[in-house]
Each structure stands twice: as C-alpha cells, then as structure tokens.
Design a protein around this ligand. Structure first.
Ligand code: ATP
Length: 216
C-alpha cells in the first residue's frame, strides 16, 4: 500500500512551516511499499502530528493524504478499522498502554484482536526475551519504567499483521544495547513481511538501513 502526501500543511503550524525548508510539509511525497523511511526533525516541528495524520487520527491539515491510491477521507469507518487491524501498525510517542492491564495483557489484547491471530501466544515471551522484558510481563503497565513501556509497546505493535509499521521516537528511553536489540527485532519482522517502516526521530541514526531520509 503506497502512502502519498500532496501539499500537506498542518493548520496550527502553517506560519512556522513557511520559515524553514521541509521535505514533507507542502510537498509531493510518496512512501513506497516496503521502503524503510526515516523522518528526522528537531523537537516541535511536527513529528507526532505527522504520524497522527498518516494513521488518520488527526485531520487538521490542508492538502491530501492517500493510502492505496485513495484519500483517507474516502474510506468508511469500517474500512479504516480493517486497515488499522491488518495493514498499519503504530507505536505512538506516548505509547498508549493500558495502565490497568499488565504488560502481557497489553500485548495479548493486540494479538487476539484479529480473528486469526498472526502469532501464537508463545511469541510474546519469545519477543520479550529478545528485548529483556520477560521479568516485567506480569507487572501492571502503570508500574513500568518508560524504557520498559517502550519495549512492551514495540512488541505489541509486532503482534498484528501490517504492511506499514510507524514508530514515533520509539527508542528515546532505551540505552544503546537495548536499542540495538529492538532495532534488530523490528528489522527482522518488517523484512519477513515485506513491510515498510517509518521512523521519526530527532537526529540521524544507524539503527536501520534506510532507503530514504526526509527532513521534516
Ligand atoms: N492542535 C494544536 N494547536 C496548536 N498547536 C499545536 C497543536 N498540535 C500541535 N501543536 C504544536 O505543533 C508543534 C508540533 O507538535 P508535535 O507534537 O507534532 O511535535 P514533535 O515534532 O513531535 O515534537 P517532540 O519531538 O517534542 O515530540 C508543537 O509546537 C505543538 O505545540
């Protein structure tokens, strides 16, 4: 599924955007299926805003975003729900874990959301071991450190099928070793599904072999 942006400008950032060049805002951009895309931007330039537009949960922009050749606005609520279940997975900057559930329950919820789960339940433990969070699986999400929460949110995002995986500063609270482990798992999962990957971050990074880097 190709994602295309045509002259997209966030309404609240309209005046600020004119003051600096951007590869994304007010441009024609196409994210091709399977591409690894890095979006680099200083704090406050709209990374989170962009991810929310790409996932179609925020609409305060001018211009058009198309997914699979069709503007987001032309999809029905049922079609959008199906796309979020099967085609696009996301790790938001604020992670959006359910604090009243355990870490494992947060992941399991996503795993069983599809009638036919992509992975068996054992996969949760396997990924948790790879990311060093097995010991917190039974803990309530509210009690986890931010770095633990990030790893749980990453594992949760990998539990569903996707053609695109989007992550908004997913490693901000992880040390180098844990970042490398998480990047390896993400890379492996995207490649296995021939899925595209969009990562937003403040700076350049070497965690992935990006096909393209945009300055927001
Ligand atoms: N609804 C809104 N009304 C007015 N300003 C907004 C609105 N939403 C976001 N902004 C502003 O737009 C700018 C971009 O916000 P956003 O959260 O997308 O930034 P970001 O690049 O993700 O930043 P950070 O790296 O700090 O998370 C910020 O200055 C924010 O205050």
């Amino acid at each position: 599924m190709q994602i295309e942006l045509s002259a997209v400008v966030p309404v609240p950032l309209r005046d600020r955007i004119r003051q600096r060049p951007s590869d994304i805002w007010d441009r024609e951009v196409a994210f091709q299926p399977g591409q690894f895309v890095k979006i680099k931007a200083p704090s406050g330039t709209g990374k989170t805003t962009l991810v929310h537009y790409l996932y179609n949960i925020r609409y305060d922009y001018t211009g058009t975003i198309k997914a699979g050749g069709k503007p987001w606005a032309d999809y029905s609520a049922a079609q959008l729900a199906a796309i979020r279940q099967d085609n696009i997975s996301v790790v938001f900057q604020d992670l959006r874990l359910f604090d009243q559930l355990t870490a494992e329950e947060n992941i399991e919820l996503k795993r069983v959301m599809n009638n036919k789960p992509l992975y068996p339940a054992e996969k949760i433990r396997e990924f948790a071991e790879q990311l060093g969070v097995t010991h917190v699986l039974g803990q309530s999400a509210a009690t986890l450190s931010y770095g633990e929460r990030q790893r749980i949110a990453i594992i949760r995002a990998l539990m569903q099928p996707f053609q695109w995986l989007m992550m908004d500063e997913p490693f901000s609270h992880l040390d180098e070793g844990n970042t490398a482990k998480a990047a390896k798992l993400i890379d492996q999962e995207c490649r296995a599904r021939n899925a595209g990957f969009i990562l937003t971050d403040l700076d350049h990074d070497q965690h992935f072999n990006y096909d393209v880097t945009y300055q927001l």
